[in-house]
Design a protein around this ligand. Structure first.
Ligand code: OXD
Ligand code: MN
Length: 610
């Protein structure tokens, strides 16, 4: 395949594109420039193909609906592979594959996988092009849906390609939906609206920084800048180079006294990161602005502080549960220029999903394209339905969003979806206990990945599906950051999801979470009281500002309570889970576990404060 008229002369790029085209055998190779004209051309083509449904331009201008194949709706963790040379470098929580064997297997599945299709070459930058924390990549893909999504989610196109000069490292990422339109014998078949393959691979070679994804067109499986690069590959880069690549939102908080704080917060998938990132404080005088909703890259800055960027350029958010009451900022952001995937279609050509409004419309077309009424008994939108939208459209975006040097992080929050045990908020005594807090997150499963929704699973740092190397080494790397920083962020754990015995949520959440943010900022200033508990410093009962809020004192007490019996069970579960790491598990964290047990059940009884 000739590559005449290519927009680069970089032989490293050309050689890799040529070799990939030789393997996958597309009809055509198209280099993407990221322009509006390119976007318009591809979306028009996808409308003709039935991949995109244009929405009513009066109700949702510039927007489209995509319906995926029902088998291709979430990240496939069981088919996500880390191919490091040594199995123990991938660790017990990753699916390890021997790299040479996996390469051979991939060469087999990718062989001819783009026959009859176009291969798009998609250069992109994670973070502002040329920024000191940013990184470059090129994805080749046979999915135009992926191209237009990458344009929203990354800095995609000509400036990124121009930055990949000879000798400049870039992460090569190969993606195919795995449904060639012509077989080896030359027989043609018709395309479908959402091509994919039952056989899936989301494969990472962390040592050579390469990504291969086959068989899925959906989200994190296919937009390879996101989970594959910005978390799995970047976490390995970060370990090697002394920084952090994290599953965290980043926000800017301004107090009524005009003091500015930057917070980074890790929560497992679909636990409200986007809502927290776009928080509208209910307490007077506080302001929250958004820097990121899913991923943070954080490096020691020139003054020894931890500086963070959001490497993404857009939001790929979970639609269900996003509504005018839960996240009005997101609802404003979604007024136009959005690609929705697997939401429901209204009869007048707009979108709907569970939680958007209190009452469902009388009639819809559901995410599978079937007629739907409130009596249908199935959700109208898939629980992992998504919106893809540019960050520039977010009304709460902070001016620092595009700052190449990032913002200095003052506090790190770790959270999960926990109906019991974990208090509303607790502060770690120091960095070491903070790392322990991150390592001990568990959360009830959501629909973002395959698996049983509601089941409790350990998800350290909300990175279980995303750490590209041995999680025990990852814990050690976090501990080691204390030697690289002279101003360490304070660390907190939070839990908005605690429930009473009757199953009701004890905390109203959403905008009211600003009250917890307030307590955190006041702790950073040194002006809020706290009491010691075995799991950290929690607010005194009068510490959380509940003025104007209808939370009974008994509920607040329960939200802040630490139940030793329940926590001893938790320690037991943690011990059993950490045992899988063997000698690689850092002794310092084992020490925290022992100390926690001791504080929960002191030999002499009584002194829980220790
Ligand atoms: C996401 C996820 O899409 O975590 O952000 O699954
Ligand atoms: Mn995520």
């Amino acid at each position: 395949m000739g590559l005449s008229g290519t927009p680069t002369t970089n032989e490293a790029v050309l050689g890799w594109v040529r070799a990939t085209a030789r393997l996958t055998q597309p009809d055509e190779v198209v280099w993407c420039d990221g322009s509006q004209a390119e976007f318009d051309r591809l979306t028009a083509q996808m409308v003709t193909a039935g991949t995109l449904v244009p929405l009513n331009p009066d109700l949702r201008p510039g927007s489209f609906l995509a319906r995926s194949a029902p088998s291709d709706v979430a990240r496939v963790e069981s088919r996500t592979f880390i191919a490091s040379h040594r199995r123990e470098d991938a660790g017990p929580t990753n699916n390890w594959r021997e790299p040479e064997a996996l390469r051979e297997e991939l060469a087999g599945v990718f062989s001819g996988s783009m026959r009859g299709r176009t291969m798009y070459v998609v250069p992109f930058s994670m973070g502002p092009v040329g920024g000191p924390i940013s990184q470059l990549g090129i994805q080749v893909t046979d999915s135009p849906y992926v191209v237009v999504s990458m344009r929203t989610m990354t800095r995609m196109g000509s400036p990124a390609l121009a930055a990949i000069t000879p000798g400049t490292p870039f992460v090569p990422a190969v993606h195919s939906v795995g449904m060639p339109l012509v077989d080896a014998a030359g027989r043609h078949r018709d395309d479908v609206a959402w091509p994919c393959n039952d056989l899936k691979y989301v494969a990472h070679f962390p040592e050579t920084r390469e990504i291969f994804s086959f068989g899925s067109g959906y989200g994190g499986n296919a937009l390879l800048g996101k989970k594959c690069f910005a978390l799995r590959i970047a976490s390995v880069m970060a370990r090697d180079e002394g920084w952090l690549a994290e599953h965290m939102l980043v926000l800017k908080v301004t107090s009524p006294q005009q003091r500015v704080f930057h917070l980074a917060a890790a929560f497992p998938s679909a636990c409200g990161k986007t809502n927290l990132a776009m928080l509208r404080p209910t307490i007077p005088g506080w302001r929250v602005e958004t820097i990121g909703d899913d991923i943070a890259w954080m490096r020691p800055g020139p003054d020894g502080e931890l500086r963070a960027i959001n490497p993404e350029a857009g939001f790929f958010g979970v639609a269900p549960g996003t509504g005018w009451s839960s996240n009005p900022t997101a609802m404003e952001m979604l007024r136009e220029n959005v690609i929705f995937t697997n939401v429901a279609l209204t009869d007048d050509g707009d979108v709907w999903w569970e939680g958007m409004t209190e009452e469902a419309p009388d009639h819809l077309t559901d995410w599978r394209g079937r007629s739907w009424t409130p009596g249908s008994g199935t959700p109208a939108a898939h629980p992992n339905a998504r919106f893809t939208v540019s960050a520039a459209q977010c009304p709460s975006i902070a001016e620092e969003f595009d700052a190449p040097e990032g913002v200095a992080i003052d506090a790190i929050l770790f959270g999960g979806r926990r109906r019991s045990n974990v208090p509303l908020v607790a502060q770690a005594g120091d960095w070491s206990q903070g790392v322990f807090m991150g390592a001990t997150i568990s959360s009830e499963r959501t629909a973002a990945a395959e698996g049983t929704v509601g089941e409790l699973r350990h998800d350290p740092f909300a990175m279980l599906p995303f750490a590209g190397y041995n999680m025990a080494d990852y814990f050690a790397h976090w501990l080691s950051m204390r030697d690289r920083l002279t101003r360490l962020p304070e660390v907190f754990s939070v839990n908005w999801f605690r429930r009473g015995d009757d199953g009701r949520f004890l905390w109203p959440g959403f905008g009211e979470n600003s009250r917890v943010v307030e307590w955190i900022c006041r702790r950073l200033e040194g002006s809020a009281d706290a009491r010691h508990t075995p799991v950290g410093l929690v607010p005194t009962p009068s510490g959380v500002n509940v003025a104007g809020l209808d939370v009974p004192a008994a509920d607040l007490a329960e939200l802040l309570a630490v139940d030793p019996t329940a926590w001893l069970d938790e320690v037991g579960r943690l011990e059993r889970w950490f045992a899988q790491f063997g000698h690689r598990f850092p002794a310092e964290l084992r020490g925290h576990l022992d100390l926690l047990r001791y504080r929960l059940d002191p030999p002499t009884g009584g002194d829980l404060a220790a």
